[in-house]
Design a protein around this ligand. Structure first.
Ligand SMILES: C[S@@+](CC[C@H](N)C(=O)[O-])C[C@H]1O[C@@H](n2cnc3c(N)ncnc32)[C@H](O)[C@@H]1O
Length: 305
């Protein structure tokens, strides 16, 4: 375990954001016509047992801390859109990973896997290995809950507990990752939490470890943080949990992932999340608060040489 960087578990610091997005997936799962079916998400929320329970049902509002009713209404509206957004990105990345494995790629790397349940949720082709990389305590919590419910991975699931600002490449290779064979990578809900240098190193490492034909799928969430992290409704959103996204977000300027991957010679397809949502028949309503869910979802492929 690294002693150079702050560590966290599922109820602290950045770890808590994994629980928060799992709650969003739970709501979307429990919604008629939800874009994701993730029964594990609610189990994780239940097992975490936070003093203020995170909502997992569409009819539940976001906990409040006595803020004025207008801000509380904005928080609820944001949470409702956020849960739809979780469904949108889940559906988009499920498709990207599945398409890559259907092309014969048998190594999947979930960077900052958090409470991503794809290893037990999706049908993987025989012989697929799914590596889950995240902080050790986050993955220990996840393993405990999966074991408690007798989860059966539908792939060869390998847990890699390491800090992504540390030497995660060695840890991944030690877990069996083979850079000679094509791979598919996912960075969902990760980039806003990485310092700019760690993000640059991460993409350089992904490029280095990716054989031709590899794919990387990325959520570029920075535009949402940039426009909204200081908004009163977002501050009120974190307050019941003692969380302030302004403390967690890493905001040093950096090259966007589409430009970076293009510069590395990868071929990039990007879609603004509102367009992806509309394409799934679940448009993201504009928020009266002015908060904009204007992230970009992208998939890039490393060309054959
Ligand atoms: C918003 S959650 C996303 C989790 C998951 N990808 C999902 O979409 O459900 C952010 C995750 O990033 C992980 N994370 C952030 N920075 C990290 C780092 N430096 N090393 C390892 N994990 C990190 C956190 O522990 C957390 O699980």
């Amino acid at each position: 375990m690294s002693d150079r960087y702050e560590q966290w578990d599922i109820v602290s610091s950045v770890g808590f954001t994994a629980l928060m997005v799992a709650a969003g997936r739970a709501v979307e799962t429990n919604r008629d016509g939800g874009l994701v079916d993730d029964p594990w998400a609610e189990r994780f929320v239940d097992a975490a047992g936070t003093p203020q329970r995170l909502p997992t049902r569409p009819e539940e509002g976001w906990p409040r801390t006595g803020q004025d009713p207008a801000v509380a209404a904005e928080v609820d509206a944001f949470w409702s859109v956020m849960t739809t957004y979780q469904g949108v990105r889940s559906r988009y990345f499920d498709a990207a990973l599945t398409a890559a494995t259907e092309r014969g790629i048998d190594q999947v790397v979930l960077l900052a896997a958090g409470l991503d349940s794809r290893a037990v949720r999706l049908s993987w082709a025989a012989g697929t290995t799914v590596y889950e990389v995240d902080q050790p305590a986050v993955l220990e919590f996840k393993d405990e809950v999966l074991a408690e419910h007798g989860a059966q991975p539908r792939c060869d699931r390998r847990v890699v507990g390491v800090d992504l600002r540390d030497d995660w490449v060695s840890a991944l290779r030690a877990a069996g990752f083979d850079p000679q064979r094509p791979s598919v990578w996912l960075a969902e809900g990760l980039l806003p939490f990485l310092p700019a240098a760690a993000e640059a190193d991460l993409f350089a490492a992904v490029d280095e470890l990716s054989a031709p034909g590899s794919t990387v799928a990325v959520e570029h969430f920075a535009p949402v943080f940039e426009s909204s992290a200081a908004h009163p409704a977002i501050v009120a959103f974190g307050a019941p949990f003692g969380m302030d996204l302004r403390d967690l977000a890493q905001t040093e300027p950096r090259t966007g992932p589409a430009e970076r991957l293009t510069g590395m010679g990868w071929s990039v397809e990007a879609v603004p999340s509102p367009d992806a949502a509309a394409g799934f028949g679940r448009p993201l309503p504009a928020l009266g608060s002015g908060i904009r869910m204007n992230s970009v979802l992208l998939t890039a492929t490393k060309p054959d040489q």
